[in-house]
Design a protein around this ligand. Structure first.
Ligand SMILES: *Cc1c(COP(=O)(O)O)cnc(C)c1O
Length: 390
């Protein structure tokens, strides 16, 4: 078996050794409940508050504006519900057609509940026009929600412009920043128009099942869970202390990544993979040519069935993705590429490769051997009959 070549970091990332080390004591000796009045509990409580500070610092927020969640999905869902409950007579929301399913599926549910949903497309570069957001806002718009960095293409949305439009029009704005956190500079103290922001630990080397929702001090909030008064009465249930501590450590490490040159190193690897493939694979095209996060490469292999290519890559222990992990195994072509105006063939023939600070040069070298060989096999098979995957 070949060593693992892991190029699917937008699906999930590996926990960093430092992060694991930070969380382990809270699964062993320091197992206290943060709500308990004795010292064991107080230590857990203090660890929780330190983590809150690290997460707040990473995104330029105040610690009081951070609510710990079970991840990106809960943050997205809670933000949207909070905004809608605050303005029960407003029955319209604006979002993009490129959202992660955490927002997409929720918007579908809202449409069934009688809400009107405007879904803005992108241009062929993957970019959402802020002017289209401005044009879509109405007097009865309760919320605008737009993804910060797209999980499939990596394209960065003009969040500052959109947030400013929403602020001027008096409309709440939420952003799914799960793929942006740790990859782009985020300073919410400079973005007063952002009312809510969701992030998730496992997309930046924290554990799965933990995340945070930023709720600006003046933004309405409604509990999703009801019970104990944890999280300043905003999220009931005993806190996932070990994972929250890990999230805090991951946030600390992400905050220094840029000036340590880590993001540049990730980009160098992404660019080497992409440029070399562009040189050696005829007709190869990049999906998402607007400004992107440093780690993502979404590529169209003309005439190739992406699902078949993924299987061949997996045989060589190379992990990549045909769009979003949440729909792996489904033959549904990417809704993101469709929203960029691409047809079914382009969507079917496209794969996403996503790197992280743990991606090695050896992995890129292996990918550059494995991918062209798999393509050759597929092309030969298309010429000579169906490909046999063994
Ligand atoms: C992964 C992801 C989510 C969901 O986060 P979970 O923590 O897995 O619930 C939401 N939005 C985007 C853009 C993502 O990449």
């Amino acid at each position: 078996m070949q060593p693992l070549t892991y190029l699917d970091n937008n699906a999930t990332t590996r926990v960093l050794p430092d992060v694991l080390e930070a969380m382990l004591p809270f699964l062993t000796e320091e197992f206290g409940n943060p709500s308990s009045a004795y010292r064991l509990g107080s230590r857990a409580e203090r660890a929780l508050e330190r983590a809150r500070g690290h997460v707040a610092t990473l995104i330029g927020a105040d610690p009081e504006e951070i609510v710990f969640t079970s991840g990106g999905t809960e943050g997205d869902n809670t933000a949207v519900e909070s905004a809608l409950k605050a303005f029960p007579t407003r029955r319209h929301i604006v979002t993009s057609a490129l959202e992660h399913s955490a927002i997409l599926k929720q918007a579908e549910g809202l449409a069934r509940r009688g809400y009107e949903v405007t879904r803005l497309p992108a241009d062929q570069t993957g970019w959402i026009d802020p002017a289209a957001v401005a044009a879509a806002i109405r007097d009865d718009t309760a919320l605008v929600t737009v993804i910060w960095a797209n999980n499939e293409t990596g394209v960065i949305s003009p969040i500052a412009e959109i947030a400013e439009i929403c602020r001027r029009r008096g409309v709440l704005f939420h952003t799914d920043a799960v793929q942006a956190v740790g990859k782009v500079e985020i300073d919410l103290s400079e973005l007063p128009g952002v009312s809510y922001l969701a992030l998730s630990g496992h997309k930046f080397h924290g554990p799965k099942g933990v995340g945070a929702l930023f709720v600006r001090r003046d933004a309405p909030f409604t509990n999703y869970f009801h019970g104990g008064s944890q999280e300043n009465d905003q999220r009931s249930g005993t806190e996932n202390v070990a994972s929250i501590v890990a999230l805090g450590r991951a946030a600390e490490l992400a905050a220094t990544a840029r000036h340590e040159g880590i993001l540049d190193a990730v980009q160098a690897k992404r660019d080497r993979l992409e440029r070399t493939l562009l040189e050696c694979v005829p007709g190869l095209e990049v999906n998402g040519t607007a400004a992107r996060i440093a780690n993502t490469s979404n590529l169209h292999f003309p005439g190739i069935e992406g699902g078949a290519l993924l299987l061949l890559l997996d045989q060589q222990n190379l992990a990549a993705s045909a769009g979003s992990a949440c729909r792996a195994g489904s033959v549904q072509p990417s809704h993101v590429l469709a929203a960029m105006g691409f047809g079914v063939d382009r969507a079917r023939g496209s794969l996403r490769f996503s790197m992280s600070r743990l991606t090695t040069d050896e992995e890129i070298d292996r990918a550059l051997e494995i991918i062209p060989r798999a393509l050759e096999r597929l092309r030969a098979a298309t010429a000579n009959g169906p490909v046999v995957v063994r």
